[in-house]
Design a protein around this ligand. Structure first.
Ligand code: MLT
Length: 325
């Protein structure tokens, strides 16, 4: 009798979950971006949310929950209800390097989330003010060597992409720079334009309008090859200065662990439909965003990618002695 009762309770719970998944989405979805509005993660998220919202017939709201290099927003989503209405826009920092950097992280990028789909990748650009004395990365390295610790680099928070790439650049170039952390790339960029910081790495999609508008100058790229359409005449760091140096930010959408699989599948299918709009993907490419193969965008591939990046960053953080202190 007890067994029958237990089985029917399980059956009822499964039926309720199925009915919920079938009716989804019945209301507005929230995507948490853990940085200030106006930065590269926010810009990518808003663009994708807009296209995806049209596919699923619901509005997707972006909530900026900034701080601690993205870990505050990630913690929030890891504790949210897995009901298919709250998602995290995650990236290489807090979902890849985070566990190696933060001793007390209350989420696990792999176990606390379902990977939903991966966004296209974005290479980074080393930026300086329009009137900066640095005309190239070689100039900046030379001054950093002659006056150690005097040049500062703005970043989007401890463990953000802009922080990690600057730290890798420092380690590979054998220099010391002062990191200055903000709650996102947008406020860091404002201070770079205003001359309060000397340089920063930013993702290509938000760097490009500032460079084209003459407010900032690009002095190096983290892509292996030049980007003549976006940044004519700007050399990759890998070209002569730091051979082999290559970095691009990966991003993607995550849901709290336990979110029904068919909601994840529906989100992924809607995303793939949106990506079939060639005018849209061409616009992304024009901003220097790197499109991936269809297989790379999927939930399984993205889950594997996240797990392998957590491992990769353990080694990178330890080899480059990146510390958050
Ligand atoms: C980063 O550097 O991690 C991102 O650019 C942060 C942001 O989008 O503001």
């Amino acid at each position: 009798m007890k067994l029958v009762k237990t089985l029917s309770a399980i059956g009822l719970a499964l039926a309720a979950q199925l009915a919920h998944a079938q009716a989804w989405p019945e209301r507005t979805l929230t995507w948490v971006v853990p940085f200030a509005a106006g930065g590269p993660t926010d810009a990518m998220a808003r663009d994708i949310a807009d296209k995806l919202g049209k596919q699923i017939g619901q509005t997707i709201i972006i909530e900026n929950a900034a701080g601690a290099g993205g870990t505050i927003g990630a913690t929030k989503v890891s504790k949210a209800s897995p009901d298919g209405y709250t998602f995290l826009v995650g990236h290489m920092g807090y979902m890849g390097a985070g566990p190696s950097l933060y001793k007390k992280l209350s989420y696990d990028p792999v176990k606390s989330f379902e990977a939903v789909f991966r966004f296209p990748d974005t290479p980074l650009v080393m930026l300086v003010g329009a009137n900066s004395r640095f005309k190239s990365a070689a100039d900046l390295i030379a001054e950093a060597k002659s006056k150690p610790g005097t040049i500062n680099f703005g970043n989007a928070g401890v463990g953000s992409t802009s922080h990690l790439i600057a730290a890798l650049f420092e380690a590979k170039a054998g220099i010391n720079v002062q990191p200055v952390s903000y709650k996102g790339a947008a406020p860091a960029m404002n201070d770079l334009i205003g001359g309060q910081v000397d340089a920063m790495f930013d993702q290509s999609n938000t760097a490009l309008p500032q460079v084209q508008g003459g407010r900032l100058r690009a002095i190096a790229l983290t892509s292996l090859t030049p980007m003549p359409q976006q940044y004519p005449g700007v050399a990759p760091l890998a070209d002569k200065i730091l051979p082999g140096f290559e970095a691009a930010t990966w991003y993607g959408l995550y849901a709290p662990a336990g979110t029904p699989k068919d909601i994840v599948q529906k989100m992924h299918q809607a995303y793939m439909k949106a990506l079939s709009d060639k005018a849209w993907t061409a616009k992304m490419s024009s901003l220097g965003i790197h499109l991936l193969s269809d297989a790379q965008y999927g939930p399984d591939a993205f889950a594997k990618h996240t797990a392998s990046e957590v491992e990769k960053w353990r080694k990178v953080v330890s080899d480059a002695k990146i510390s958050i202190d």
